[in-house]
Design a binder for this molecule. Structure first.
Ligand SMILES: [Zn+2]
Length: 327
């Protein structure tokens, strides 16, 4: 039994490491899972259990638990939240557990609560029930789940590689400040350049050549493009949370990437370059994030690469899921 357990937990641990998520249930599961694996590896048959207090202490540090009472802890995490998240992970990666024949489950003790009777959580396994899962899959035909690609896997252009370390920056840091300087500095210096250029043209006055006209056309064209595809999206990032990365961000042999702003456990705002992807439930091709215009009035939608205008899905970065959009 313990061998089977180890197998299932290792698979789960692997999934959690690759399929990053931003929620407490994910963080808690990761802690419980890796501790359970460590125990099983050292032939420790004892059950590895955690109380909410212990989990919060590990995840958020000493300071955060000092001011918490048991009611707050109940709100902070519950077995329902843990099980709901674990279920989502299992449905998404059914294949891997189907091979073993067992799936992980969150177990908790029967307790009325109160001091000394704290609720404890641990991971166990149960036999994979085929029928139940197949029914779930039928229901899910119009639904898609997304996953994030690890930021370190995306190749950045050489310039942004200096700013983004491992594809990530903390907004309130030296690198974050650099990014702001690049953004505002780029905008201001371009505006100054356009002003200076127009001044020169005005000075030259009468002898206006076709070459000058060509220059002006290029200038206007370039200003428009950089404003629309570089400045505006980045400016909208704090509000939209996810945008398509402008072409200048990624290396030439990379197709596309997304920029995401998120909050970590210490409530720091971080910006990372990642890529959201999913599998189209209709045709099993890859689904990537694209601009919602012109057929959908949304900033970003998930579009199937094989049928980008018929297989279109909404995108929810918190739930990491979406629904089929009809025109
Ligand atoms: Zn499709």
């Amino acid at each position: 039994m313990s061998e089977l357990k180890l197998k299932v937990f290792v698979v789960l641990d692997d999934i959690l490491k690759k399929d990053l998520a931003d929620n407490r249930a994910y963080d808690c599961l990761k802690v419980i899972c890796s501790a359970s694996i460590d125990a099983l590896n050292t032939q420790n048959e004892e059950l590895i259990t955690y109380t909410r207090y212990q989990l919060k202490l590990i995840l958020d540090g000493q300071q955060s638990v000092a001011s918490m009472d048991s009611k707050d802890l109940g709100k902070w995490m519950s077995d329902k939240k843990l099980s709901a998240f674990l279920d989502r992970v299992i449905t998404k990666h059914t294949k891997k557990f189907k091979e073993i024949g067992y799936i992980p489950v969150v177990k908790t003790n029967d307790t009325i609560g109160g001091k000394g009777n704290e609720r404890r959580y641990w991971l166990d396994i149960t036999e994979y029930a085929q029928t139940q899962n197949e029914e779930d899959q039928k229901l899910d035909e119009n639904e898609i789940s997304y996953e994030r690609v690890d930021p370190s896997e995306i190749k950045l252009s050489w310039f942004y590689r200096f700013i983004f370390k491992k594809g990530e920056i903390r907004n309130k840091s030296f690198r974050g400040l650099m990014m702001l300087i690049v953004l505002l500095g780029g905008f201001i210096s371009w505006a100054l350049y356009v002003c200076a250029f127009s001044l020169v043209l005005v000075r030259e006055g009468q002898n206006f050549t076709t070459l000058d006209l060509l220059f002006i056309a290029c200038l206007i064209g370039f200003s428009y493009l950089s404003f629309k595809y570089w400045f505006t999206p980045l400016w909208n990032l704090p509000e939209h949370r996810v945008i398509k990365a402008p072409m200048t961000f990624i290396s030439l042999n990379e197709d596309h990437a997304d920029i995401e702003m998120y909050r970590d456990r210490e409530r720091n705002q971080l910006t990372r370059i990642t890529r959201f992807k999913g599998i189209c439930p209709i045709c099993s091709a890859e689904v990537v994030l694209r601009i919602g215009q012109p057929d959908h009035n949304l900033p970003l939608v998930g579009r199937c690469v094989e049928s980008p205008f018929a297989h279109v899905y909404s995108f929810d970065r918190v739930l990491m899921s979406g629904k089929l959009l009809s025109r």
